[in-house]
Design a protein around this ligand. Structure first.
Ligand SMILES: [Zn+2]
Length: 486
């Protein structure tokens, strides 16, 4: 969970897409990218407007990877490609999101993101350019405007509707419209078209499009996630992995033969050397049933055996039967009373309000509430805790019938919130990529064993093989640089 409030994204989000969809002219036009006549619910100006607002939300709430040189490097590759496309005047941006998942996203209007997780899986600059080209293709072929019209805009209020839909349960704090744009998945035809455009854009930029085939193979190897990470993996948002490589080969054959520049391997590896790899424990982690947040300096015992989902704007725990949830977030209000007023002011919420108390020495207010959701009546407890000049809001709830069985467990959780002072828990460090030259020709397996000799490897040999796009027994020649994790 990051230090910025859930409320900002969620509150403004609902109206955004709705307004944009119905305020302007829908029409039929010829898209210069595809040469086809397209029916679009939105004009390009509307796409730009939606994209811009969503981009702000995403930058505010998701977190960009804090490495300006790396951000500039990625922009430096993407911007000329966007400027060279059929839509050069879009407000193109290319950014690295601070996320371990392996994915890339395009927002309407030209905002493109890659995760630091996907960067760790590329071998060179050409592969990065290929994925940026593919995402540029989604923008220029205007695939999103099609999908958006099918999107349900959920009004989530203060997050009480998460019980409605297991899918929403996973993404509830991200359910602002801007965030939903990151969850669009495209059709088979869209994917194929983007691959074709990606091949063309990267070749125009001088990169050998063969590089895209290696990327597709790697993305296929990265298994689709179902582990409650904060963002979906590539396969979820870019479906239909089958036949991708064959299609890409066909598109490459259609190109005029040309001389390509170097694949930029060394430059790329220099840029990603030392980047954070995997989940960043400084943004929260669970150990022995306790959730720790080293940056925000708190700990909390979630109910035993509940699944904990740590997202940027909130931490959510969900019961085994998925019929109860506990959500911790930071209120946008600056006092306990104001935060309580905000919550009890929501139309669907009833209750007597809070009474003052102390929780592990911190000033707090605690209360009960009922709420009407689409799924039925909910009951729950809420605590507001003042800590480190922020108001933490903890809401636990279930369907009304099962609340008596959960009440005590949830209340115990709310009352377990405490300041984190344990130095060891605070000083936790993330894993990082280590780009290192191989001094004599060996198999990857042997190099791995030598590298981690005398210590416990933080990641498996399979993981190392995957990020290097190699097999365990692949020979690595002397002088080759490989990616390890330390
Ligand atoms: Zn795609």
């Amino acid at each position: 969970m990051k230090n910025n409030a859930i409320a900002r994204g969620v509150r403004t989000a609902g109206a955004l897409v709705v307004v944009a969809l119905f305020s302007g002219l829908a029409g039929c036009m010829t898209n210069p990218t595809t040469g086809e006549r397209q029916f679009n619910l939105m004009s390009m100006d509307q796409e730009i407007q939606i994209g811009r607002e969503a981009d702000t939300q995403i930058s505010d709430t998701m977190g960009l990877y804090p490495d300006e040189a790396l951000q500039d490097y990625v922009s430096g590759i993407g911007l000329p490609m966007g400027a060279n496309s059929e839509w050069p005047d879009l407000p193109w941006t290319f950014r690295v999101i601070d996320e371990a998942t392996v994915n890339a996203f395009a927002l309407p209007g030209g905002h493109i993101y890659v995760t630091r997780g996907i960067l760790a899986h590329f071998n060179n600059e050409a592969q990065l350019a290929g994925v940026l080209g593919h995402e540029i293709g989604h923008v220029t072929a205007r695939h999103a405007s099609n999908r958006i019209s099918k999107m349900q805009v959920a009004q989530l209020g203060v997050g009480l509707a998460v019980l409605v839909d297991p899918e929403l349960q996973r993404i509830a704090p991200l359910a602002g419209a801007g965030m939903q744009l990151l969850f669009l998945s495209f059709s088979r035809g869209d994917e194929n078209e983007s691959d074709e455009l990606g091949v063309r854009y990267m070749a125009d930029a001088g990169y050998d499009p063969e590089a895209l085939i290696g990327v597709m193979e790697t993305l296929r190897r990265v298994s689709a996630s179902g582990d409650g990470t904060r963002l979906p993996e590539w396969q979820a948002t870019h479906p239909y992995p089958e036949n991708r490589k064959e299609n890409i080969r066909e598109h490459i054959r259609d190109l005029e033969p040309q001389e390509y520049r170097s694949d930029g391997r060394d430059e790329f590896l220099d840029r990603i050397d030392g980047i954070v790899y995997g989940e960043d424990p400084r943004q929260g982690y669970s150990r022995d049933g306790v959730f720790y947040h080293p940056e925000l300096r708190f700990s909390l015992h979630f109910p035993e055996s509940w699944a904990v989902i740590n997202q940027r704007q909130a931490v959510i725990a969900v019961s085994e039967q998925r019929d109860a949830a506990l959500q911790l977030s930071i209120s946008s209000e600056t006092s306990i009373d104001a935060a309580a007023d905000q919550m009890y002011g929501v139309e669907q919420i009833t209750g007597e309000g809070i009474t003052g108390t102390r929780i592990n020495g911190l000033t707090a207010g605690i209360g009960t509430f009922g709420a009407q959701s689409e799924a039925g009546r909910l009951e729950g407890s809420v605590a507001f805790i003042e800590y480190d000049q922020k108001i933490y809001q903890l809401i636990g709830y279930s369907e009304a019938e099962s609340w008596p069985t959960y009440r005590e467990t949830v209340n115990a959780s709310l009352r377990s919130f405490a300041a984190l002072t344990d130095r060891d828990a605070i000083d936790v460090e993330p894993m990082r990529l280590d780009v290192i030259g191989v001094d004599r020709t060996v198999t990857l397996r042997r190099f791995y064993e030598t590298y981690y000799e005398g210590s416990t490897p933080p990641v498996s040999i399979e993981q190392i093989a995957l990020i290097n796009q190699l097999e365990l027994e692949s020979r690595v020649n002397a002088g080759t640089r490989v990616k390890m994790v330390r």
